[in-house]
Design a protein around this ligand. Structure first.
Ligand code: MN
Ligand code: MN
Ligand code: MN
Length: 287
């Protein structure tokens, strides 16, 4: 049985709408899924009825941005009460900060001669649709307007730190975000821990602060093939007594390296995060 606890829809910066994502899950035989859109649970709510009809079990999910010692960290929340007011107010705050950042990015880019022929605000709005704005939308806009060939180039040339479109984000503290998820009776998980490119010591400090705040899980598997990185995260999960999650971070089918549910199995000695769901899943007969 395949599971995936990290993916995106058009409710944030994914390219498939919630129903299309469910169809893809059916096609790829992913039986249990958490839609973890950036700072919104609207993709989850939109997909719920259709998922049930299609026999897909949907776990409430979200990917929230926060700040830890000046770094942007993503925390995945799983199996929480989506109607919890404190969590929803927190997510609303992050969405407002995202909008503020996007406005500042537009101002900075629009001041540059090579962007003056474009109505950036209008193009961005089309790109976002119903979603929550993110830098991925800027990347798509730059690709479609032929400024760059792919997302990596968009970040390297325009969006990353030191480039013209970069605006420092202001996110709530790690401890606040973890607390909101806990308040909503959910499990907080450090998303894609390898992506931050921290030294081992620094990653351990993040984990320690995260645990102090009440965090319980870490993504151990993000890729289809086992790697030394994955084994390092599995080892940390064990050492720190963290629940292990698995998620592809799927955004769009064109990103062929990140298929929905296309994930290596959890290493044996890990405690799967789904064992702690309110209604546990059974995978190969084991919880
Ligand atoms: Mn994203
Ligand atoms: Mn992320
Ligand atoms: Mn993600």
């Amino acid at each position: 049985m395949k599971v995936d606890f990290h993916c995106h829809t058009t409710a944030s910066d994914g390219s498939l709408n919630p129903s299309e994502l469910i169809d893809l899950a059916v096609q790829y035989e992913v039986e249990t899924l958490a839609i973890t859109d950036h700072d919104t649970t609207s993709g989850y709510s939109q997909a719920l009825e259709y998922a049930t009809k299609k026999g897909i079990r949907l776990i409430p999910g979200v990917e929230a941005s926060c700040d830890w010692q000046g770094h942007t960290i993503h925390i995945v929340g799983l199996d929480f009460d989506p109607d919890n007011e404190e969590l929803q107010k927190g997510l609303e705050l992050i969405r407002a900060l995202r909008q503020k950042r996007a406005d500042a990015m537009i101002d900075k880019l629009a001041a540059r001669p090579n962007f003056q022929k474009l109505d950036l605000a209008d193009l961005l709005e089309q790109q976002i649709g119903e979603g929550v704005v993110g830098r991925g939308h800027f990347a798509q806009l730059l690709i479609e307007q032929n400024y760059v060939k792919n997302s990596q180039q968009a970040f390297d040339k325009y969006l990353k730190k030191g480039r013209v479109g970069y605006v420092k984000s202001e996110w709530p503290d790690l401890a606040d975000v973890v607390n909101w998820i806990k308040q909503a009776n959910g499990i907080a998980v450090i998303a894609h821990p390898g992506i931050y490119k921290f030294t081992s010591r620094k990653l351990n400090r993040l984990i320690e602060d995260f645990i102090t705040a009440g965090g319980q899980g870490i993504e151990v598997v993000n890729h289809p093939r086992p790697s030394s990185d994955m084994m390092g995260m599995a080892e940390r999960a064990k050492r720190y007594d963290l629940l292990a999650s698995i998620g592809s971070d799927f955004h769009r089918p064109e990103h062929s390296w990140r298929g929905l549910g296309w994930l290596a199995p959890l290493p044996e000695h890990c405690t799967p995060v789904w064992e702690h769901f309110k209604k546990p899943l059974f995978i190969n007969g084991k919880p």
